[in-house]
Design a protein around this ligand. Structure first.
Ligand SMILES: C[S@@+](CC[C@H](N)C(=O)[O-])C[C@H]1O[C@@H](n2cnc3c(N)ncnc32)[C@H](O)[C@@H]1O
Length: 213
């Protein structure tokens, strides 16, 4: 039988109290060692403090940023944050309203860098300063197929919201707009699904997958 993988230590939603001599390492949280760890974290991080986990991911974050426009109240943001966490995205940028529904994030927002920008112009100014190439993601006229595009390494992907889609400011401020090929009847796919596909396209182009869990 294969050795258990990094997410397969325990059987249930977590692990019980630490078994055996306690580790002498300040990445471990004394309370979790004593009581067990039922958080949604990979097994490599079991019993670690949240600060130690964030510090470890920070060492390995990809030069990929994602932004989602939140001028209405987009229910997809939590899912985007969770996916961004899974791919060790540098930062998730929320543009527009500061408040967003954290439910879909499944607590991953505690481990993910998040930044708010009041306007798309503020976001674009940040990207210019940070040396990020801006790619808008929407199936609008003039978009080029994501499937035939190599995303830039130092990249900011901007997603629009359900209903209105990407703003003109984001589309005009981006170096490129990419669309995801569709074949059915719907005019568009869910924004969080689109974000997952585009983030993974970046991973396929630039990440060292030998370092994945
Ligand atoms: C549900 S869409 C709304 C707008 C969409 N242009 C329409 O005509 O219905 C919300 C967001 O999801 C992303 N999206 C949805 N379908 C996409 C596709 N086929 N290609 C690229 N992005 C897509 C875009 O970021 C878009 O702004």
């Amino acid at each position: 039988m294969n050795e258990p993988g990094p997410t397969e230590w325990g059987t249930g939603p977590g692990v019980g109290p630490w078994d055996g001599p306690l580790p002498d390492d300040d990445r471990y949280d004394p309370e979790l060692l004593r009581d067990g760890d039922t958080r949604n974290v990979v097994d490599a991080y079991r019993y670690w403090t949240r600060a130690a986990i964030v510090a470890d991911i920070d060492r390995r974050r990809h030069p990929l940023h994602v932004a989602i426009e939140n001028f209405g109240n987009d229910a997809n943001i939590g899912t985007v944050v969770r996916t961004a966490n899974a791919f060790a995205v540098d930062t998730v940028h929320i543009v527009g309203k500061r408040r967003w529904n954290r439910r879909g994030a499944m607590v991953t927002d505690r481990y993910q860098r998040l930044r708010h920008h009041a306007t798309t112009e503020d976001l674009l100014a940040f990207a210019a300063e940070a040396g990020l190439e801006v790619v808008a993601v929407d199936n609008v006229p003039g978009a080029v197929p994501l499937e035939r595009t190599r995303l830039p390494r130092h990249c900011l992907l901007i997603f629009g919201q359900e209903g209105p889609g990407i703003t003109d400011a984001a589309r005009l401020g981006a170096a490129t707009t990419v669309s995801i090929a569709q074949f059915g009847s719907t005019r568009s796919i869910n924004a969080a699904v689109a974000a997952g596909i585009a983030m993974h396209a970046w991973i396929m182009a630039h990440a060292d997958t030998s370092q994945a869990w």
